[in-house]
Ligand binder design. Structure first.
Ligand SMILES: Cc1cc2nc3c(=O)[nH]c(=O)nc-3n(C[C@H](O)[C@H](O)[C@H](O)COP(=O)(O)OP(=O)(O)OC[C@H]3O[C@@H](n4cnc5c(N)ncnc54)[C@H](O)[C@@H]3O)c2cc1C
Length: 679
């Protein structure tokens, strides 16, 4: 039985497509497009995923449904002549060139591009003596479309020796070298034009959608997972797990539950949700998951192995030096593996819930709630109860996360403990469910690529995406699953490109007890974001924030350059996301407004909290307290740690026999040298 057969609900299997399309058109005319979309989006996704409804026909149906809705049709009619021509052209393209065909052409074009740029660079060979895959002047774009340049060379090594040879070659030719993996970082932390980019992943894996999930290649020593020791930490057994820098979260997740691998014995204690991320990629800009007791991924590192500026392998395992080396943005060199301290497997008891937004994270005061949010039937008693529940989730949950999709009346709560039993646990999502989630996100991206979607008012775009997202998120069921599965509860995230700004706000102490966290900071940040969404939508049909607000509660960090560094009472990690078609100027203005709100909070003594952006997310080009963010990070936010960070990196360089200037010359980049004042 294939994934599709398993997913063939009665509706999908037996539907007469023509009749179903007619029902959708009638429903859209009678109840409106959005209402029909809300009720039937899941069916639509299933029909497309199981290829009962070709994409082009789904697109045509959506247009017909929009035209059947008087209000949306009026909007489309009002579109100027140029816009209408665009719609028609777009439609012709969508209908007569089914997206399958378009995708094939795009794929072929990419293959041709990488084939024609393919070159041979003398002396740059792999461990087996074969040339390292190399491309000359191949355009580089990150996943979110915010970084775009043309490196002189892009190398795709498959061995540590290959990486060493690339660095030696770059030294000889005085080129800077920066790494790229899945390219999920939005900031300019990559290379630049005329420099060298090292792609830790095959180009099609890094660049193409839908996501591919290749198995670990045993021939490639930049990938792999190996338990290299165990230790007892305060009575808890932990394993030291050496992971190749190119290994993806999906490869690690599969290994954990594979009988031939970790066999349900070990798990990473926390992680980024997305599975299409490499360990080298999440370690460099200090990524994180959720949970008040959980720090950043770089805090788990016990050893880091990298190719230094001399083109030699070097390792750092001194705990003091690791505070700089783990999470150093690639400044020491190209990381080939990291060893992480991981836990014995535990089992999450997920009990996701959808609740009215005010009961997910209650407002500090009713005045904080925009009038557009429906508070009917929500009593003060309900709010007090929600307050207790929220604080309990923050303090006692293993994992604490909340979502609000724009304009939805309900939010989604994903807070859980990891006290389940092995006997009850199942692999979640199952391979079929995971496949289906991947398809859902991919269909989401296809809809975004649909020209007509762009011409819809921003609020309708947001509502369509929100309803689709809420329809697929589980609720009111208990899922017991290995911890590593629960951390990656949502798959296919890679298949829909988005934009994202995230801030790490320190949780201050309570006024009445300085040893206890004041969770109200999370509530304020949450409701400020909702207020700004409604304010940005006022008087227009638009909103620049067209996807989701997400908040996680997590711990602090002892990694020097972590935005959570020194947050002894924890961190409110909060972010807003939109899709990549959002008008750039509107998104930029919205990001600034939200950053201004989130950086305005003070502790009980009136001091501003040291809120810092996630390094990998969108903060470039914004200001903090009236100064460019870069300047604020250098002169205020990290002013106390930058000298120590640089000192420790220099000590590591000296220990490896590396000239410090050479290290900077090889691995620094413009953004980092500006922030660190390190040229
Ligand atoms: C949809 C989405 C969801 C996300 N969710 C989260 C989340 O939950 N939590 C979170 O903290 N972050 C999150 N992120 C951010 C993401 O974790 C980071 O952008 C991460 O760096 C991406 O990893 P990557 O493999 O794509 O690496 P890339 O983005 O390609 O590289 C990231 C940086 O690391 C450097 N680098 C990569 N590999 C190496 C290496 N081997 N040696 C030296 N330097 C290297 C690169 O030069 C670059 O500076 C999310 C991103 C997206 C797109």
């Amino acid at each position: 039985m294939n994934h599709c057969d398993e997913h063939n609900t009665a509706t999908v299997a037996t539907t007469d497509i023509k009749q179903w399309e007619q029902q959708m058109r009638t429903a859209a005319a009678e109840h409106g497009f959005l209402d029909t979309w809300d009720k039937h989006v899941l069916e639509l996704g299933q029909l497309v995923a199981c290829k009962r409804l070709p994409t082009w026909r789904a697109v045509r149906l959506l247009l017909q449904m929009m035209q059947a809705d008087e209000t949306i049709n009026a909007h489309l009619q009002q579109a100027g002549r140029r816009q209408r021509l665009r719609i028609q052209r777009g439609l012709r393209r969508q209908i007569f060139n089914p997206s399958w065909y378009t995708r094939k052409i795009k794929k072929l074009f990419c293959q041709l591009q990488s084939k024609f740029s393919n070159t041979h660079v003398t002396g740059v060979t792999e461990a087996n003596g074969k040339p390292v895959e190399a491309h000359r002047r191949l355009r580089f774009r990150n996943w979110g479309g915010t970084v775009d340049h043309v490196p002189a060379y892009t190398f795709v090594p498959r061995s540590k020796q290959g990486v060493m040879n690339i660095v030696r070659w770059a030294k000889k030719h005085d080129k800077r070298v920066r790494v790229a993996a899945y390219r999920h970082t939005w900031t300019s932390l990559y290379g630049a034009s005329d420099e060298v980019t090292v792609s830790m992943l095959a180009l099609d894996v890094a660049e193409q959608l839908p996501a591919q999930h290749p198995d670990i290649d045993p021939e490639n020593d930049l990938q792999g997972i190996k338990i290299v020791g165990t230790l007892n930490e305060n009575g808890k057994i932990k394993a030291l797990c050496k992971i190749g820098a190119s290994t993806s979260n999906e490869q690690f997740r599969s290994w954990c539950i594979d009988a031939q691998g970790g066999n349900w014995k070990w798990t990473i204690p926390f992680n980024v949700i997305m599975v299409e991320i490499t360990y080298g990629g999440s370690n460099a800009p200090i990524c994180h998951g959720a949970g008040w007791k959980n720090e950043t991924l770089s805090d788990l590192v016990t050893e880091i192995e990298f190719v230094n500026a001399n083109g030699e392998l070097q390792t750092v395992n001194d705990p003091h030096q690791l505070k700089a080396a783990a999470g150093c943005f690639g400044l020491l060199g190209i990381v080939t593996s990291i060893t992480l301290k991981i836990d014995t497997m535990s089992y999450a008891v997920m009990q996701p819930k959808k609740k009215p937004i005010a009961l997910c994270i209650p407002p500090v005061s009713r005045d904080d709630v925009p009038q557009e949010v429906n508070m009917d039937g929500i009593s003060d008693f309900d709010l007090q109860q929600a307050q207790r529940e929220f604080e309990r989730q923050c303090e006692q949950g293993y994992y604490a996360e909340w979502f609000w999709f724009v304009f939805e009346e309900q939010g989604w709560i994903n807070c859980w403990k990891n006290n389940g039993s092995r006997e009850q646990a199942v692999d979640y999502p199952s391979p079929t469910e995971a496949w289906f989630q991947e398809i859902q996100n991919y269909v989401g991206q296809l809809i975004l690529d649909f020209d007509l979607f762009e011409l819809l008012p921003g609020d309708i775009q947001a509502r369509m995406l929100a309803k689709a997202a809420m329809a697929v998120l589980p609720s009111d069921r208990t899922i017991v699953t290995p911890l590593v599965d629960a951390l990656h509860f949502r798959r296919g995230v890679q298949n829909m490109r988005v934009l994202d700004i995230e801030l790490e706000i320190p949780i201050p102490a309570r006024e009445d007890d300085e040893t206890k966290p004041d969770w109200s900071i999370c509530q304020r940040a949450w409701w400020d974001a909702i207020r700004l969404v409604y304010e940005s939508a006022k008087g227009s049909e638009d909103t620049p924030m067209r996807l989701t607000l997400e908040m996680r509660v997590m711990g602090g960090s002892s990694i020097l350059m972590a935005p959570q560094y020194g947050n002894t009472l924890g961190t409110c990690s909060i972010e807003v996301l939109t899709h990549c078609n959002t008008p750039a100027a509107e998104w930029q203005a919205f990001k600034q407004n939200i950053l201004d709100a989130w950086t305005s909070y003070r502790d009980t003594e009136g001091n501003l909290l040291n809120a810092r952006p996630h390094w990998a997310k969108e903060w470039e080009g914004l200001t903090m307290y009236g100064e460019p963010v870069k300047k604020h990070l250098r002169d205020v936010a990290y002013v106390d740690v930058i000298p120590e960070f640089k000192k420790r990196l220099e000590q590591i360089a000296i220990a490896g026999g590396v000239d410090i200037q050479d290290m900077k010359q090889r691995f620094n980049n413009k953004l980092l040298s500006d922030i660190l004042d390190w040229h």
